[in-house]
Write a protein that binds this ligand. Structure first.
Ligand code: AMP
Ligand code: GLY
Length: 419
């Protein structure tokens, strides 16, 4: 089987890495990929139509889409219209991630627990409304804003400023609709599942670390590290999440005529009143995937084929009991402005520790050396007999790797130890 992975970050590296281990897979292509994806054939193409032509020409049997943008642009509809097998929601269903207002209305229609919210397309009405709210209150720009469109306002003045920022266009088109939401309190967990449109198969639980700084301080990022499993998701909570979130999600998509054969990512806040959905993503999480796939014993290619073909019924995935941890190494300054082009060294030493280094924001300079190119540069991922072992192994590998300005959080998985 020939497989195409679309995207170029750490999540896609992990997907390509896992898919290449399948005895059923002869070739994995990653487009555009990145130069750090050793052993994976990369193709420098990002345009949806060119990708579709590539899949036809290369006789690709299975395409897996990493990021949300192509899904929201309708890549699944395009591939299916040409008879290609692809994993992901169609364009309409991708709005569950692409529009927070759409997702909120969907959750309310189908009884999925979430924060109370109101949606505004008019700045004055939004301002009047936030003045009646208690703080903290959450202001969200409606569309895709690369993880930056969510502001947790501690005062009414901050909330007003956030509303104005959105409507003034700081998040582009995304800010023309604003969701004002109750602030939920609790611990977060990432719940991933495969669905073939009829049933779902949950993946192992995980927890992301969204803030840049140790102790969950500083601004939000795309995610600075993850571990799996997340002990906050007790077996009892799992059952509630399956019943109240995943089942209702799949049934809701079906009832509304969406073609959703892909990955469900529910960002959950575990509150005193039970689990509530913060957001849905229509794809694998980054960096959760790096940690989760490290624990998957089953054949990922088989599971994805079943997902795309509507044959997930009865599929069960086998997981290692050993926990896994992914520590993201970022360029200094991220999530603000950061330097590019710093030479990365120490990767051989890191590999010798047994950790796996997934490459994200990297490129190659004119001397052929790997250099930094993005904010999140590497996802250093390790599995261990215990979570402490996994953490120790991941940081041993991190400490082998150097570039000017490299930073990472030092407390990935610390919340699990406090339980
Ligand atoms: P989202 O993109 O909607 O997941 O928001 C990004 C992050 O903002 C979440 O992972 C939470 O940490 C935080 N967040 C979003 N909505 C809320 C809320 N209603 N209450 C508290 N925190 C929130
Ligand atoms: N780690 C958060 C996300 O993938 O959206």
């Amino acid at each position: 089987m020939k497989v195409l992975v679309i995207g170029g970050g750490g999540r896609e590296h992990a997907l390509a890495w896992k898919l290449s281990q399948s005895p059923r897979v002869s070739t994995v292509l990653c487009a555009p990929g990145n130069p750090g994806m050793q052993g994976i054939q990369t193709v420098p193409i990002s345009d949806m139509h060119a990708l579709c032509d590539l899949a036809v020409k290369e006789r690709i049997d299975l395409t897996m889409v990493g990021p949300e943008a192509p899904l929201c642009d309708g890549i699944v509809d395009l591939f299916r219209s040409r008879g290609l097998r692809i994993v992901g929601p169609d364009r309409e269903a991708a709005r569950l991630e692409g529009s927070k207002a759409f997702a909120k209305a969907f959750m309310n229609r189908h009884g999925i627990p979430t924060a109370a919210a109101a949606v505004f397309t008019d700045s004055a009405a939004a301002l009047d409304y936030v003045r009646t709210q208690s703080v903290p209150v959450v202001i969200k720009a409606d569309g895709l804003a690369a993880g930056k469109g969510v502001i947790i306002a501690a005062t009414i003045a901050e909330a007003e400023a956030a509303v104005r920022t959105c409507f003034e266009g700081a998040f582009g088109e995304a800010g023309k609709t604003v969701v004002v939401e109750e602030c939920l309190v609790g611990e977060e967990a990432s719940i991933l599942a495969l669905t073939d449109g009829t049933c779902f198969v949950p993946l192992a639980s995980s927890q992301d670390h969204k803030r840049i700084g140790d102790g969950d301080t500083g601004p939000n990022t795309g995610g600075m590290g993850a571990y799996s499993p997340a002990p906050v998701v007790t077996p009892e909570l799992w059952k509630t999440i399956e019943r109240e979130v995943l089942e209702r999600f799949v049934r809701g998509c079906r009832a509304e005529g969406m073609d959703y054969r892909g990955v469900i990512y529910a960002g959950i806040m575990v509150t005193a009143q039970g689990p509530k959905v913060l957001e849905f993503n229509v794809r694998f999480g980054d960096p959760e995937t790096q940690a989760v796939l490290m624990r998957l014993d089953s054949d990922l290619a088989e599971a994805l084929v079943a997902t795309a073909d509507g044959k997930l019924q009865g599929v069960e995935l086998a997981w290692s009991d050993d926990p896994a941890v992914c520590v993201v190494m970022a360029a200094g300054g991220y999530p603000g402005t950061y330097a590019k082009g710093a030479i990365i060294s120490g990767l051989e030493g890191a590999a010798a520790t047994g950790a796996v280094v997934f490459h994200a924001g990297v490129s190659r300079n004119s001397d052929g050396r790997l250099v930094t190119q993005g904010g999140r540069v590497l996802g250093v991922t390790a599995r261990g007999a215990t979570l402490r072992d996994a953490v120790a192994k991941a940081y041993r590998a991190v400490d082998c790797i150097h570039w000017d300005g490299a930073t990472c959080r030092r407390d990935i998985a610390a919340k699990a130890f406090r339980r």
